[in-house]
Design a binder for this molecule. Structure first.
Ligand code: NAD
Length: 499
């Protein structure tokens, strides 16, 4: 089968038995194209019965896939990577339509998604091995060995900010380990996983191994509660993650990976290279319209360079942050996901003003020519807030950089860690010894020293504290999609026992 990118969503937003399809359901949700802010389709919401049907298909398909060798599964995943690269531009355009992000960013997401399939396909044979274990008495009497076996069906639930990449981060390790998948995307960005489904089929993933359902929280609940779902992999907010963890223990006990929200910090000491710190602060706040879980909206700047950093970051933002149609090559800030989310971001700007904040640039809705209906926002840089301000405490998930002055290392570490989140953190200093010292004390799953928001497929990604548990990317993630079976072998006949 050959993959051809669809021209519209009429082929359905469900994926079952290797094909795009649709279902009959009494309730639907609006599919909105963020770039233009218009409803482009209606999508049926999966009922518990539909979820049951999809999980049963995945469960029936899994054993044969799980019994193939890791080497053979790896070969299929390398083909997936090749097909993603071959169709990168069509997929990037779809990602813009689905999410509203600028095309230059969408291209990066698609390229790194291909790398993710190559990475997990490439390491599968080497990593999915058991151990041989020596027991008392030596191998002439008894031995034990372990096998890494797939769980069965993995229930995956995604957020809307990196629709294709989030799906790939879950599906690539799950399939490499021999599991099957039922994936539920966010209703705000439902198209990417069905495009991935068509690529998987074209690459040779057997029918039924990968399936997509659609819907809101109810479909997610039905997936978490289903007894044939053996593990849940979730990306979304802390509130939903807490619910997912509870739901995943209602009917049977499932392991859960939670990739949740953040309120990260970038700490800039006064011995930093200011231009380099400015470049990192831009990356830490303004990618993807600020809708990045690891974003460091709390930018702590030591007082010695507060004035020069503030002047330089405002200048850089004014020069570089072109808000516009995300399909245009020179656009750097596209559309927010929807009107409701934009209103939420504007609410944080308003609350900041009321709590003494001074908006140094941006902070307002804009209507770029040709795409006036979308939810566009000129990124904000705000100063003058205390750590108690609502915008400083809560995840905004929008392009609002908050500049917070500090004096000493001890002080800033305490203030940075004073949050229930722990996804990411950054430290900038000309003194690398300080960089390492501070990195070791920051309570975050990823710490960037003199850089920000790097993401590589072989490096673990995940949170401390309420930002979640479990990791994506990296070797451990593949292992976490298997369960270890221990097998004892009695090598010789024995008549000895304790009775
Ligand atoms: P959300 O929690 O509202 O929704 C995420 C997904 O969960 C959606 O598919 C939604 O339909 C589903 N859902 C909601 N309630 C559910 C329930 N009770 N059971 C099962 N599924 C349920 O989050 P969002 O608005 O889509 O995404 C934004 C959030 O995601 C932010 O907090 C962001 O930081 C976080 N995020 C985290 C990461 C990460 O890797 N740590 C990556 C991207 C986004």
């Amino acid at each position: 089968m050959v993959f051809t990118a669809p021209s519209d969503l009429s082929g359905g937003l469900y994926f079952l038995n290797g094909k795009r399809t649709t279902v009959k359901a009494s309730e639907t949700f609006d599919v909105i194209e963020p770039r233009i802010g218009k409803v482009v389709a209606q999508c049926p919401k999966a009922t518990a019965q539909i979820v049951d049907e999809y999980v049963k298909v995945a469960s029936a398909a899994q054993p044969a896939w799980g019994e193939t060798t890791a080497l053979d599964r790896g070969k299929v995943l390398h083909k997936v990577a090749d097909l993603i690269r071959e169709h990168a531009e069509e997929l990037a355009v779809w990602e813009v339509k689905t999410n509203g992000k600028p095309i230059y960013e969408a291209r990066c997401d698609i390229a790194s998604s291909a790398d993710t399939f190559d990475f997990f396909g490439g390491i599968a044979t080497a990593v999915l091995q058991g151990d041989s274990l020596e027991l008392p008495g030596g191998p002439s009497q008894r031995i034990a060995y372990t096998r890494r076996e797939p769980y069965g069906v993995i229930g995956c639930i995604g957020a809307w900010n990196y629709p294709f990449q989030t799906c790939v981060w879950k599906v690539a390790p799950a399939l490499a380990a021999g599991n099957s998948v039922v994936y539920k995307p966010s209703p705000f960005a439902p198209a990417s996983p069905v495009l991935l489904g068509e690529i998987l089929t074209a690459a040779g993933v057997p029918d039924g191994v990968y399936n997509v359902i659609q819907g809101e929280g109810e479909a997610g609940i039905a997936l978490c509660e289903h007894q044939l779902v053996a593990k849940v992999s979730f990306t979304g907010s802390v509130a939903s993650g807490e619910a997912v963890q509870r739901q995943s223990a209602t009917k049977n006990v499932k392991p859960v990976t939670l990739e949740l929200g953040g309120k990260s910090e970038l700490i800039i000491f006064d011995d930093s290279n200011v231009q380099s710190a400015v470049a990192a602060a831009m990356l830490a706040n303004f990618l993807n319209q600020g809708q990045v879980c690891t974003n460091a909206t709390r930018v702590f700047v030591q007082r010695g360079i507060l004035a020069s950093f503030t002047e330089a970051i405002v200048k850089e933002a004014n020069e570089k942050l072109k808000v516009g149609d995300p399909l245009l090559e020179d656009t750097r800030v596209g559309a927010n996901i929807n009107e409701g989310h934009l209103q939420r971001i504007l609410g944080y700007v308003e609350s900041a003003k009321q709590e003494g904040g001074v908006v140094l640039r941006g902070g307002e809705r804009v209507h770029p020519e040709g795409v006036e209906g979308g939810a566009y926002f000129d990124p904000a840089i705000i100063t003058g807030l205390t750590d108690e301000a609502k915008a400083v405490r809560e995840e905004i998930f929008g392009a609002c950089m908050l500049i917070l002055p500090f004096d000493t290392e001890e002080e800033v570490i305490a203030r940075a860690n004073n949050t229930t989140y722990g996804l990411a953190a950054g430290v900038f200093s000309g003194n690398l010894a300080r960089g390492h010292r501070v990195a070791a004390r920051l309570q975050a799953g990823t710490v960037f020293i003199n850089t920000y928001n790097d993401t590589e497929v072989n490096v673990p990604f995940g949170g401390f504290k309420n930002s979640g548990h479990g990791r994506e990317n990296c070797i451990d993630t593949l292992r976490a999609h298997t369960q270890t079976k221990a097998i004892y072998v009695n090598v010789q006949d024995t008549t000895e026992h304790c009775f």
